[in-house]
Write a protein of this length. Sequence first.
Length: 155
Amino acid sequence: MAREHRFAARLKWSGVQRSPQVSNESYSRDFVVETLGKPPLPGSAPAVFLGDQGRYNPEELLVISLSACHMLTYLAACARAGIRVLGYEDDAAGTLALKDGRMCFIDVLLKPAVRIERIDQAGAAQELHHKAHDGCFVANSVNFPVRFEAQVSAS
């Protein structure tokens, strides 16, 4: 496997079509993100920062990226361990706050709830969350704590 992988996206400020940037209170924060071969992703600032609540914002996308990376790493670890996962949901949340005079993420908490096929594998399935946490590319790339509180159950 290659040691480097490149990922690209194109972001375009679409808000200029609705209103020019005249004052901080009046301009649209809307944007569109495009990547090759995928549908456009509408974005904006969070509503608290005068954005459109109906569009994805960068802060949500960061939390989504951390949650998805943990899940994908976890599913791969379970597959390698022979643990059949029947369901996976995560209620992830991040905290944005003022730290050292700058607004930044100070914490993200993942709360994956996993359903596996065999109850006798619950302990191993729970432990694999640690492996997934250590192996998550996105979590390894941020400078704030990414914590998890995982639950494993069997059907």
